[in-house]
Ligand binder design. Structure first.
Ligand code: SF4
Length: 344
């Protein structure tokens, strides 16, 4: 199986900016680590421009270790899951402090923000170790290949156990990347292209006639809904932005002031300053454990409003504020409402 998967990979590998071509010397651990952290909960297409910007600005782990934390957070804005960015800096500093990445899974796992999967991916891809990283693509391919019927997340152990014996001694990193590519381009979630698959002859899922049944997913739980309110306060071509507390959701990121997302839809939240407030509508944003509906209210500030813990940010440079996606959506809504008011 490994030989046919590797032969397929040699001809069909995706050309990704953090990769080395099939069979070439492996990429630097820094590139593998950075890409894997970015790709957690993020698509390849979304992560690629961020990866390019990071590599240009901080070409090695020492450069990232020496970076200003606010600069890194600003470059990360829009990738979500901001605790990853904070761990990224902590990890870069730990690696620079020890003179480079450890080359095995145990050493990698001891670093900030590196879990089992990322440790296995780096050890396999950058250091050629025989590891079993299981991301969503590999999980799907292996669950189908062996028709593993145990529902996730319990089924993960069975998937890893089935994968382990087929990992080759040589080119283990290429093998892992080959399975990732196979899952992304051939063994796709809804309509696997089994006719083009090098594993077809060995695949129990294909033989069952309904491979898309695997992996078996647990029933979906509906996410709770939370309601919040954010305030757009404008004065002389600038908007009032605050820095969120370091701990908690979107920690340390710039944002509009808000009510902690506990406001009731009846408008009970109290704005930071008195004024002629009007609602612009609301934006929706999905977090891992809840969906948020954030109403955005706006007003113009009096000449010297009593505000603390933030800064007046020029509207013309709003793109450079590094607002996380939720607040970038809220800002777009407020700006559109302001434009509408001026046109009326
Ligand atoms: Fe997936 Fe089909 Fe290949 Fe099996 S044969 S691994 S189901 S694409």
């Amino acid at each position: 199986m490994a030989a046919s998967v590797l032969a397929w990979y040699d001809a069909n590998a995706r050309d990704l900016p953090w990769r080395a071509p099939p069979g070439a010397p492996p990429p630097a651990a820094y590139r593998v680590w950075l890409s894997e952290v970015m790709l957690q909960q993020t698509t390849v297409a979304h992560a690629a421009p961020y990866f390019a910007r990071f590599i240009t600005r901080w070409p090695g782990v020492e450069a990232l270790a020496a970076a200003d934390e606010a600069d890194v957070m600003r470059e990360w804005a829009g990738l979500g899951y901001y605790s990853r960015a904070r761990n990224l800096i902590a990890c870069a500093r730990a690696v620079a402090g020890r003179g480079g990445f450890p080359d095995d899974e145990a050493g990698l796992r001891a670093l900030p923000g590196i879990g089992d999967y990322t440790a296995a991916a780096i050890a396999g891809i950058a250091f050629g170790r025989r590891t079993t990283p299981v991301d969503a693509n590999i999980e799907r391919v292996v669950a189908r290949l062996f028709a593993i019927g145990e529902p996730l997340p319990r089924g993960k152990a069975a998937i890893r156990a089935a994968l382990e014996p087929i990992v080759p001694e040589r080119r283990a990193g290429d093998f892992a990347q080959a399975l990732m590519d196979l899952g992304a381009t051939v063994c796709t979630p809804r309509a696997p292209r089994c006719a083009a698959c090098p594993l077809r002859g060995d695949c129990a899922g294909f033989a069952s006639g309904a491979p898309e049944r695997f992996p078996v997913k647990p029933p979906k739980k509906s996410k709770p809904r939370r309601v919040g309110r954010a305030w757009w306060i404008e004065r002389g071509g600038a908007v009032w932005l605050v820095r969120r507390p370091a701990r908690g959701m979107l920690g340390s990121m710039r944002a509009l002031p808000d009510d902690g997302w506990s406001a009731q839809a009846d408008g009970s939240a109290v704005p930071p300053i008195p004024g002629a407030w009007r609602s612009t509508g609301s934006v929706r944003h999905g977090f891992t454990h809840f969906n948020l509906e954030l109403e955005v209210d706006l007003c113009e500030a009096a000449r010297y409003p009593k505000l603390e813990g933030g800064e007046w940010w020029p509207l013309a440079r709003l793109d450079e504020a590094g607002l996380p996606t939720l607040f970038a959506k809220a800002a777009r809504l407020a700006l559109a409402a302001r434009q509408g008011e001026k046109a009326a």
